[in-house]
Design a protein. Structure first.
Length: 176
C-alpha cells in the first residue's frame, strides 16, 4: 500500500507542471480517513511522496479544478482512494465515487462570513442537492463522511442540523 500511495502522490504531482511549481498550482492533501490525519509529504529525487499504512482508508483533496479529469478518477478507483468532494465556490460540485466511501467538505468563501454565531447565508438549495447525492451514495452502500466549515453558511453546527433535517431527520446522522 505504501508503494501505491507513493505512486499516487508522484503521479498526481507529475505531469501537471514541474515539481517546483506544484505547491503553487494546487493544494493536495492525502487524508487518513481512520484518524483524520493529513499525511506528511516528503520530497525525494524531485518527486513528492506520502507514506501510508496498509488497510487504512485514504482520501485525496484537490483544490485545482484543472486536475479533475477522468484519468484521475480512474487512477483513484484503481488505488482504492477516495476523492474528497467539495462545496467550494471555485470548485465543481462532483459526485465521483472512487472507492467504498466518500468524504464531503462543505466550505465557503472566508470573506462572506465575519461572525460564526448563526447561519448567515441561506444554503438550503445547495444542501438539498447534496442530500439527494448523499441518499444515492448511501443506497449504493457507500460510507459518507461529511464536514462543515463555519464559512459555508456562518455556523457549522447549525449547518449540520439543517442538512440532517433535509436528509431525512436526526437518525440520518447515525448512518455515518
Amino acid at each position: 500500500m505504501r508503494k501505491l500511495l507513493s505512486v499516487l502522490a508522484a503521479v498526481l504531482l507529475t505531469g501537471c507542471a514541474s515539481i517546483a511549481d506544484a505547491g503553487y498550482l494546487a493544494e493536495v492533501s492525502v487524508i487518513n480517513r481512520s484518524t483524520g490525519e493529513r499525511l506528511q509529504v516528503y520530497r525525494h529525487g524531485g518527486r513528492l511522496y506520502v507514506e501510508g499504512k496498509a488497510g487504512e482508508r485514504y482520501a485525496v483533496e484537490l483544490r485545482n479544478r484543472g486536475w479533475l479529469k477522468p484519468e484521475l478518477g480512474e487512477m483513484l478507483s484503481n488505488l482504492g482512494v477516495a476523492l474528497v468532494l467539495q462545496d467550494l465556490f471555485y470548485m465543481p460540485k462532483l459526485d465521483w465515487i472512487t472507492t467504498d466511501f466518500t468524504v464531503i467538505r462543505w466550505l465557503g468563501r472566508r470573506s462572506d462570513i465575519q461572525k460564526f454565531d448563526r447561519i448567515q447565508i441561506d444554503r438550503s438549495k445547495e444542501l438539498t442537492r447534496w442530500a439527494d447525492r448523499v441518499r444515492r451514495f448511501l443506497e449504493e452502500g457507500v460510507d459518507v463522511y461529511g464536514y462543515f466549515n463555519n464559512h459555508f453558511a456562518g455556523h457549522s453546527p447549525a449547518s449540520v442540523k439543517q442538512f440532517l433535517e433535509i436528509l431525512g431527520g436526526e437518525e440520518a446522522g447515525d448512518r455515518k
